[in-house]
Design a protein around this ligand. Structure first.
Ligand code: DGL
Length: 270
């Protein structure tokens, strides 16, 4: 009954951690494509090829349902995958929709017309590829009207986190928040639209100020997955073992993952 969780690197561990807490009985197979991170500077075709390769590997590991715990892959590849690539009996879901449902105060399956919501000025922090795709704005427009979104492409942050250089990551986050504030001085909400960024959530919150509500995906995705599996229990695949797979150097990736999750994580070669 395993579920697959995919990210270009370490960021999806923020989602894995929340899912493991919410659904402790479900074996989880994680795939980090660390050898090819960051995805945020790649083309959509490249992201599609890498994401489908990883997803295939998770299907082989006994997962019928794969969560793309990567906004960049969700923005650049998911729709194309769902429209013609996902084999019958398998399912691939992204991380955008739970976040946007939370932001627009909706429950799953509420397809009523777009309406006014509480937030008016939203700052979106994401990778260059996610910002370029405008997928966030598109999903938001299906559900809300009158929301002004200012997007900030946060170049370099994923690379710094993957390298374990948290001092550089801190400095980059602060400079991206400054750049955003020059375009939108008073956002009322901020969306961390990359699963690596919850690892820097305190820095984002500190730089934005206490009056800005910061939305990050991990717990929202975990809640939405729990709800999905309740409605579709047959999507728990045949796999019985949890595992951590990486295309990078397993020793280095394990050390960084252990540091981030504050528990011993052992990656093996994908
Ligand atoms: N965690 C990925 C995301 O959510 C990072 C993408 C990247 O590798 O640039 O977008």
């Amino acid at each position: 009954m395993a579920v697959g969780i995919f990210d270009s690197g370490l960021g999806g561990l923020t989602v894995l951690d929340a899912v493991a807490k919410r659904l402790p009985e479900v074996p989880l197979v994680y795939y980090g494509d660390n050898a090819h991170a960051p995805y945020g500077v790649r083309t959509a075709d490249d992201i599609f090829d890498l994401t489908t390769r990883a997803t295939e590997r998770l299907f082989d590991a006994g997962c019928d349902l794969v969560i793309l715990a990567c906004n960049t892959a969700s923005a650049a590849a998911l729709r194309r995958m769902q429209e013609g690539w996902v084999p019958q009996g398998k399912r691939v879901l992204g991380v955008f929709v739970p976040l946007i449902e939370a932001l627009t105060e909706r429950h799953w399956g509420d397809n009523s017309p777009p309406r006014e919501v509480g937030v008016k000025h939203v700052a979106l922090f994401a990778t260059p590829a996610t910002v370029r795709s405008r997928a966030f704005q598109r999903e938001l427009a299906f559900r809300a009207i009158g929301v002004d979104v200012e997007a900030q492409a946060c170049g370099g942050v994923v690379d710094a986190i993957e390298e374990g250089d948290m001092i550089l990551a801190d400095a980059l986050v602060r400079s991206h928040v400054d750049a955003l504030k020059r375009k939108m001085p008073n956002p009322d909400a901020a969306v961390l639209g990359c699963t690596h960024y919850p690892l820097m959530e305190e820095v984002f919150q500190d730089a934005l100020g206490p009056e800005v509500k910061v939305f990050s995906q991990a717990s929202l995705v975990a809640e939405s997955l729990a709800d999905y599996l309740e409605r579709r229990p047959e999507m728990r695949g045949p796999g019985t073992e949890s595992a951590f797979l990486t295309t990078g150097n397993p020793k280095n990736v394990s050390n960084r993952a252990t540091q981030f999750l504050r528990r011993r994580i052992e990656f093996v070669a994908a």
